[in-house]
Design a protein around this ligand. Sequence first.
Ligand code: NI
Length: 297
Amino acid sequence: MSKLTLLLFSAVSLCSIFFAGCNSSEKKNGNTAYLEGNNKKGGLFGRHGEGPRLRNPNFSIQVDPNLARSLTYSRIKTQAPFIAMTFDDGPHPVYTPRLLDILKARNIKATFFVVGTNTRRYPGIIRRMIAEGHEVGNHTVNHKYLSRISVEQARAEVMGCERAIIAACGVRPTILRPPGGHINNQVKVWLNREFGYSTIMWAVDPEDWKRPGSGVVAQRIITETDPGEIVLAHDIHGPTIAAMPRALDGLLSKGYRFVTVSQLISLERRKLADIETPKENLHNSDYSKKSLALFSD
Ligand code: NI
């Protein structure tokens, strides 16, 4: 029933995007090379001075550290349009701050699975992530495939990244994403018992690391994401960052709301009725009403 509702308001909001802003040059570019602001005023990552039209609403979703979590997640079961954007392998000295600017302009909170070597090199970026409401997760020190190394090596990889994150920002991570997605159940159990981590996989993979072009990355993210899902991307690739304004605005205009992974997990365990419905909302009041109707399902 509510899936139907989502489809309905998605269709309505897609129509409104079409009428609001789909210009012909954008259409000509198709999926090949959507680089926002490319060769235009504002540069590759453009829109400077213009400002995005859509903003993610504020949510006060408290994360209870004592709440029992499952071993692993790639999505949560919900009909409400909450999703989590995740970015792996950073921080990158140039691209990650750019991405943080893009997220900030839209009031979007994301989750960063950082590698220890980059965390040690750029601790200020980790501090900025935390200060701006994002979540930081463990992605090992050297991007090692945990199911292919010894327990001793895996322990050093996990603990080393954890220590680097704590040293940078003072916050201990509670989630880990296995590099390359290489993991098995035995390692998941070990991560949970020894460190208390939940293993975070993903439901949507735009394969941005294969560099298919920003337009393709954005389009895959917009069309493949469903309520409750965790979306994978990498903040070390320029085209991925260039895809984000379009991808994020596309999801916002479909009525999706962005939360961190830990917030998403805690939502699974709460009645949707408990969630504060935001006063400030997306620009189109019609589909806002439609999407808010999902909260009462
Ligand atoms: Ni990775």
